[in-house]
Design a protein around this ligand. Sequence first.
Ligand code: ATP
Ligand code: MG
Ligand code: MG
Length: 367
Amino acid sequence: MLEMIKNEIVNAFLFDGDFIYAEPFGCGHINATYAVYFRRETKPPVRYILQAVNTTIFTDPQGLIENIQGVTSHLRKKILEQGGDPQRETLTLIPTRDGKLLYEDSEGRFWRSYHFIENATCHQSVDRPVLFTNAAKAFGHFQKLLADYPADTLHETIAGFHNTVDRYALFEKAVAEDKAGRAALVEKEIQFFLDRKADGTVVVDAIAKGQLPLRVTHNDTKLNNIMMDNETDEGICVIDLDTVMPGSVLYDFGDSIRFGASTADEDEQDLSLVSMDLELFEAYTAGFLSEAGSSLTAEEIRLLPFSAKLLTLECGMRFLTDYLNGDTYFRIHREHHNLDRCRTQMKLVADMEHKMEDMHKIVEKYV
Ligand code: ATP
Ligand code: MG
Ligand code: MG
């Protein structure tokens, strides 16, 4: 691939200077990411991010790049108005020589390039609690700056991503078909999700009825999708905008709590280690609301604690659905891996149900 980048791809983009070399870059799991380096006559060398979009997952790369262009243009305008540095605080797409934002190579891959955000790190884990709060602030800030973006103009890059009504339908279909012959082994787990089926309609219905606003959602609010300043640890730029879609702010908040406030790994087998840590919940809520609070509606705020439960329920149900279907979607590394994952999510849901009142008190503290 490096030969192809050197001989074909780099020539397609409006890069500044003479190509020196390219190397695989970062720890992404979805796209193929490279850093490409250029020498310049009077200025220091420069590097760019070059990515081949994963078109197995994102079947509409054109819609995807339109989403990214729309959202980053809006962010750039806002950042400039506030006297910030748009090249550092949002992704900047580098156009191709013929004025496009995607280059289709001779083998049918789609490439895009970004300005490289320097002097910033993308952390793989919360090794210091401040990183979790700073991540919350960054995602809250992203939400705030995009509060007036027409979310209904965005493409759905993965259809029905958080449609919990559809997810329930797929789950019930998997139970009925019982393709892997496992349903009898997991009756308790199946019942757990069926008992909570009404939860699956809450957000989907409220959006349909206009009781919750449609918003720009990021849908992959992991710590490593934020660039953090090397000196201050502040979250300066939200990256990885492939899953930006129209949705509810509750999807991003809920999912962040689901994986960020859990005391154990997603596939922990000792369920006594799995719980939702209220201190982590508070750290995230404080950071998120300090930025996004003023742009949220009362109904969104009321549903924040519920959203953590809903997204955990959805995730657990997806693991169980895949287990019933014979492990065809999530990569497994041991037998019953998806069942283990499902059980951690169930444990978290149950724990959140116990702690719902405490979660509400915390939210009220920061509104
Ligand atoms: P994921 O597995 O999170 O879905 P991905 O394959 O979609 O990842 P990205 O998150 O877009 O890929 O990028 C991979 C890595 O490349 C990032 O974690 C970050 O380290 C680096 N990176 C991406 N964009 C930039 C940028 N503009 N400037 C500097 N580094 C970047
Ligand atoms: Mg990423
Ligand atoms: Mg990604």
